[in-house]
Design a protein around this ligand. Structure first.
Ligand code: PLP
Length: 456
């Protein structure tokens, strides 16, 4: 068979893809008819597809390409590391320089006493590590009954059986025997959809206090940890009311519950600080990181662990690890990505230029007849589509129908924007300048107008 290359006709690539490639989170049967979009290259915030179309990627891939596409430095580092030491593991009392250097760097960047790093290949398996680590921590402290981890409905923490259980996505729980035991879900702080007549601050407090109610119901001596994203990403970029996180923090401290911040999306500049925990004023015991850690250039994730938990875990053998924990090429790429983020002051750019400019533009979207809430935190943002913003009403159609339509309009306008139900979300590269933001917003407005026309 001839080699499969970027130069093949799109239809042939699509047919081969449909024949042999099973896509994640996709109704695979639909792909044959429709044909997948084949992405061939990327630069900055733009993708190019097999038809030569230039597409604005307002999602940074899957919330990950923080520094933008096409940075030669990362390719060079990967090639150098592949030549020098393409693989060695970090099991059984061995290590290598990229893993040492990356752990050291993460300990430096992470706030407080989060000084210890357990590597994974992505966010899902890092969260699996967290489940085992917090339960093992309590068992080693003589409290083996502290197993329950409290999470939130509509949370996303990954797609393995354990991390998918930790998440609160019902569509995921319906497949494959999830959730696993000893995971408990409370409600999310989504004021727009669920707040009713309550003021956002009161609603934030009420939703946080559900944690206390759950702890009392389950018994504090059975609860190991609470996990949450500082800002829920895949749930629809839900920015919690300001009252929410301080109350969660207070409750965790009161009952001696470990707090895990899932920073897989919020980490590495997305919210304007290194970590979303800093933006939201959270002091976690463990942070999950992935995605922006390497800007998606190599698969890598990690749990960044506080002194106290690491000390207990390290006092025995933790029977856990992945072949690719601290993979040398991925670690070297991540390190170079962090160097770029730091030396090019990309966080400063987010804070001083990109995020304020985007926030101003984003707020104007509520003028659009389809848009209710326009929520934003740093460089992640969402809009709630609604037929009646005064009532915060839902569409009569099946949830997600209008969101899907809007996403298709975005595709037609060469813009990648994602929908979660009838909420539209963006998480663009952090390096956008004001001209890029204007261009993105123009495409978003056009797509919204066309969606509105189609509905009316
Ligand atoms: N946690 C959060 C908050 C995520 O958004 C994701 C992925 O989107 C994950 C965990 C899972 O990460 P991965 O897909 O790298 O396994």
């Amino acid at each position: 068979m001839a080699a499969i290359t970027n130069h093949m006709p799109t239809a042939e690539l699509q047919a081969l893809d449909a024949a042999h490639h099973m896509h994640p989170f996709t109704a695979n049967a639909e792909l044959g008819e429709k044909g997948v979009r084949v992405i061939t290259r990327a630069k900055g915030a733009y993708l190019t597809d097999s038809e030569g179309e230039e597409i604005f990627d307002a999602m940074s891939g899957l919330w990950c390409v923080n520094i933008g596409y096409g940075r030669q430095e990362l390719a060079d580092v990967a090639a150098r590391q592949m030549r020098e030491l393409p693989f060695y593991n970090t099991f059984f009392q061995t290590t290598h320089v990229p893993a040492i250097a990356l752990a050291d760097k993460l300990a430096e960047l992470a706030p407080g006493d989060l000084n210890h790093v357990f590597f994974a290949s992505g966010g899902s398996d890092a969260n699996d590590t967290n489940i085992r680590m917090v339960r093992t921590y309590w068992a080693m402290k003589g409290q083996p009954d502290r197993k329950v981890i409290i999470s939130r409905k509509n949370a996303y923490h990954g797609s393995t059986v354990a991390s998918g259980s930790l998440g609160g996505m019902t569509a995921m729980h319906e497949q494959g025997g999830m959730p696993i035991p000893d995971i408990h879900h409370i409600n999310q702080p989504n004021w727009w959809a669920e707040g009713g007549d309550t003021a956002p601050e009161d609603f934030g407090l009420a939703r946080a206090r559900e944690l206390e109610e759950a702890i009392l119901e389950l018994g504090a001596d059975r609860v190991a940890a609470f996990i949450g994203e500082p800002v829920q990403g895949a749930g629809g970029v839900i920015v919690p009311p300001e009252t929410y996180w301080p109350e969660i923090q207070r409750i965790c401290a009161k009952y001696d519950i470990l707090l895990i911040a899932d920073e897989v999306i919020c980490g590495f500049g997305r919210t304007g600080n290194w970590f979303g925990s800093e933006t939201m004023g959270i002091r976690p015991h463990i942070m999950t990181v992935a995605k922006g850690l390497s800007s998606g250039y190599a698969p890598i994730g990690a749990s960044i662990v506080c002194d106290e938990v690491a000390e207990v875990i390290s006092s025995g053998e933790f029977n856990h690890g992945y072949t690719y924990s601290g993979h040398p090429v991925a670690a070297a790429v991540a390190l170079e990505n962090l160097r770029i983020l730091q030396e090019e002051n990309i966080l400063g750019h987010v804070r001083d230029v990109a995020a304020p400019y985007l926030a101003e533009a984003w707020a104007t979207l509520v003028d659009h007849p389809l848009v209710g809430e326009a929520a934003i935190c740093g460089m992640m943002a969402s809009i709630a589509l609604t037929p009646d913003k005064a009532r915060r009403a839902k569409f009569a159609s099946e949830p997600g129908t209008v969101g899907y339509l809007c996403r298709e309009m975005c595709f037609a306008n060469n813009l990648i924007m994602r929908h979660v139900g009838d909420r539209m979300i963006i998480s663009p590269p952090l390096i956008l300048d004001t001209g890029d933001i204007d261009e993105m917003m123009a495409r978003i407005r056009k797509s919204l107008d066309e969606t509105y026309e189609k509905l009316n």
